[in-house]
Design a protein around this ligand. Structure first.
Ligand code: ATP
Ligand code: LTN
Length: 326
């Protein structure tokens, strides 16, 4: 059975980009593979966090994992900082990563933009991500397209160490969805939908009220052509709406183009509001049941134990290869 690992940062409420690009795959994979899903709290402190809020956000993400359909009986759900192997392996990988390759990471360049000096953690972020993945002998990593470069780095590190120290790591592969792998911001369809963008109307969070969803979609940036056609280059706004619609409804983009032929953007948007509200309603209901339950705490405790049981022998193997310890 293949092993799957992925993580989400507890930096705020998840949006439909996170869901369509990553979480939806998490759910389908759990029936065919051994899945490990992590709340990567140590990644989130690469930028300043309010400690009280962080604790809440960790539970929010874990509850959302379950609310979207990840079943703790099938998959492991846990919090990164509860398993010490992540930090331990992170250091060993850091010693094998080059500053040159890390400085080429586009996510780092974006997040450090305009600063004279950035936290070293932000620079080393992809190494910690590689540690998360390699610590579990992971075969498959389901992520959004924006993480492609980090997956490549993880593979490079694994191959480099295997060549130098003998077979140590499984070399993982990224898994990207076709539709929804890059959901764009509603107010600016040339940049990706993001949790941290200042404009609330740029995104639809999984826990948004129907009125907010309606407002954000009806205000979404389109163009003046008035034709519903998928064309990322010339019509990024309409194309983004079609992609979201397709991902939530299961209809292909071609089917939607045919369905809306000769109609205006208003109709498309109105229907997309309905499709989105209906898709999110069951997630929101389940979230409310789980978020403040004892079940959530128990799932995370049990998850950390199960994750640790997989990580420990891998760490032992790694230390052995490197000649560390007694
Ligand atoms: P931020 O948006 O604040 O930069 P993020 O959402 O990119 O944060 P994570 O929470 O770690 O960061 O992302 C979780 C998962 O969601 C990752 O697999 C990521 O690739 C995916 N993801 C994030 N944004 C999008 C998007 N707009 N479209 C598709 N997938 C996305
Ligand atoms: N870097 C990812 C989050 C992340 C992750 C991971 C994803 C941290 N560790 C391990 C997959 C596997 C992000 O910013 N979206």
């Amino acid at each position: 059975m293949k092993r799957v690992f992925s993580g989400v940062q507890p930096t705020g409420n998840l949006h439909i980009g996170n869901y369509l690009g990553a979480l939806k795959q998490f759910v389908t994979l759990q029936d065919d593979a051994e899945c490990i899903y992590c709340v990567v709290d140590m990644h989130s402190i690469t930028v300043p966090q309010d400690p009280k809020l962080l604790k809440d956000h960790i539970k929010d993400i874990a509850a959302l994992y379950m609310a979207v359909g990840i079943d703790p009986k099938k998959a492991i759900i846990f919090v990164q900082s509860d398993v010490p192997g992540h930090a331990e392996l992170n250091w060993i990988l850091t010693c094998n990563a080059y500053t040159g390759e890390l400085s080429r990471m586009t996510q780092f360049k974006q997040k450090a933009q305009g600063r004279e000096s950035a936290p070293a953690g932000l620079f080393c972020y992809p190494v910690l991500m590689a540690a998360d993945i390699l610590l579990y002998d992971t075969d498959i990593v389901p992520v959004g397209n924006d993480q492609k470069q980090h997956i490549e780095l993880t593979r490079d590190l694994a191959i480099r160490i295997n060549n130098k120290y003998g077979e140590t790591f499984v070399v993982p592969e990224g898994r990207f969805v076709k539709s929804g792998a890059r959901v764009m911001a509603l107010d600016d369809p040339t940049s990706k939908m993001s949790k941290s963008a200042p404009n609330e109307m740029s995104r639809i969070s999984l826990l948004d009220e129907p009125s907010k969803i309606k407002k954000a979609i009806m205000r979404a940036t389109t163009d003046s052509e008035g034709v519903i056609r998928y064309d990322i280059e010339n019509k990024p706004g309409v194309s983004n709406l079609l992609s979201i619609y397709s991902a939530f409804s299961g209809k292909t983009v071609e089917e939607l183009e045919a369905q809306y032929q000769g109609q205006g953007y208003g109709n498309l948007k109105k229907d997309l509001v309905e499709v989105t509200v209906n898709a999110l309603a069951p997630i929101q209901e389940r979230f409310k049941e789980i978020r403040y339950s004892d079940e959530l705490v128990n799932v995370l405790k049990d998850g950390a134990e199960r994750a640790n049981a997989i990580a420990e022998p891998v760490m032992k193997r790694v230390k052995e290869r490197f000649g560390l310890g007694l």
